[in-house]
Design a protein around this ligand. Structure first.
Ligand code: TXA
Ligand code: MG
Length: 307
């Protein structure tokens, strides 16, 4: 942990586990370190990056206005898989905000992330530790596969428990806006806030998760309603890999059966997509999840992974 913090202080890159997905970390106060991070990921510098902290007090130092709603949510959900967008303070450099007037703040709960953040002391800018535009990494092995040679150290922390990226809530405009659904649900946020949360619209801040082809495997993937799966499989035969709730079909070599519980589904999702992608088939078929609120976050990622 001491070595990891030293690498960060020297402007290096440390990949680390969080409860959502693995992050690729750099000292958020160093323009040079953050620039290296963008280069390693192959990510455009105009995209803002989330800054990670050991506690809420350190996080809020990066914001210049802290609405009471932010404190309430931090008290309830931090440390944990929630990112808050607030108006930036001078401590948040241009490179982490993508030149915008806001900054994304998060206090992760994974013990390895917390130990690193405590040891380092400052804010750690960290996008998901995958190649830009690809499926996020939920194990240290995924990270090494994607970023070998481009990162100074990979901290091992087992498979990420949540499995999909944090919920992002924008509190910078007076009205709360959900920018990315996650395990912290809209309903649980509304319960704490005591008000309805708006849908994101075109005026919302830019975020790369909003790009259409984000979170996508290399193999073309398609969502298929449960009733149509059999016919689609019959059409494509051996050249297809399938992610489904139902039992494997004998005609298909690569079939991953997913759980009907949305939390467990989310936990396994990216590893499953990476595995099916690796099968080298002509297509990936994904059985659509139920159209209910508890599947919002998973449905969001699947819609982005599919074309
Ligand atoms: O769970 C997570 O949030 C993971 C782990 C590593 O913490 N991180 C993550 O980072 O998903 P990344 O860079 O892959 O996605 C961050 C999202 C992007 O869509 C980015 O545009 C958005 O957060 N974002 C960051 N700062 C923002 C800001 N100031 N305003 C609007 N969106 C912002
Ligand atoms: Mg990402």
């Amino acid at each position: 942990m001491r070595r990891a913090a030293e690498i960060l202080r020297a402007g290096g890159l440390v990949a680390f586990p969080t409860e959502t997905v693995y992050g690729l970390g750099a000292d958020a106060s160093s323009a040079a370190a953050v620039a290296r991070l963008y280069a390693a990921k192959g990510r455009p510098a105009s995209h803002p990056v989330i800054v990670h902290f050991a506690d809420a007090e350190a996080a809020f130092a990066f914001a210049r206005e802290i609405p009471p709603e932010a404190r309430k949510l931090a008290k309830r959900f931090w440390p944990g898989p929630l990112t808050l967008i607030l108006k930036r303070s001078p401590m948040a450099p241009d490179l982490v905000t993508g030149g915008q007037d806001t900054v994304g703040l998060r206090v992760p709960s994974h013990p390895v992330a917390r130990a690193l953040l405590r040891e380092f002391g400052g804010g750690v800018a960290a996008p998901s530790a995958n190649e830009f535009g690809k499926v996020s990494a939920t194990t240290a092995q995924h990270v090494r596969g994607d970023l070998e040679g481009k990162v100074d150290l990979v901290l091992e922390g087992g498979p990420s428990e949540v499995g999909i990226e944090s919920t992002i809530l924008d509190l910078s405009s007076g009205k709360p806006i959900l920018l990315r659904p996650g395990q912290v649900s809209r309903a649980s946020l509304e319960e704490v806030l005591g008000e309805k949360i708006q849908e994101k619209n075109s005026n919302s801040p830019r975020h790369s998760g909003g790009l259409e082809r984000h979170y996508a495997p290399k193999t073309p993937a398609r969502l298929v309603p449960p009733h149509a799966l059999d016919a689609e499989v019959a059409k494509l035969g051996l050249d297809v890999a399938v992610l489904a709730f139902s039992k494997p079909d004998e005609r298909v070599d690569y079939w991953i059966r997913m759980p009907r519980d949305p939390r467990t589904y989310a936990q396994r999702l990216y590893a499953a997509l990476r595995e099916l992608d690796g099968a080298g088939c002509g297509a990936i078929l994904v059985e659509s999840p139920p159209d209910t609120a508890e599947w919002d976050a998973v449905r969001d990622r699947l819609q982005r992974a599919c074309r």
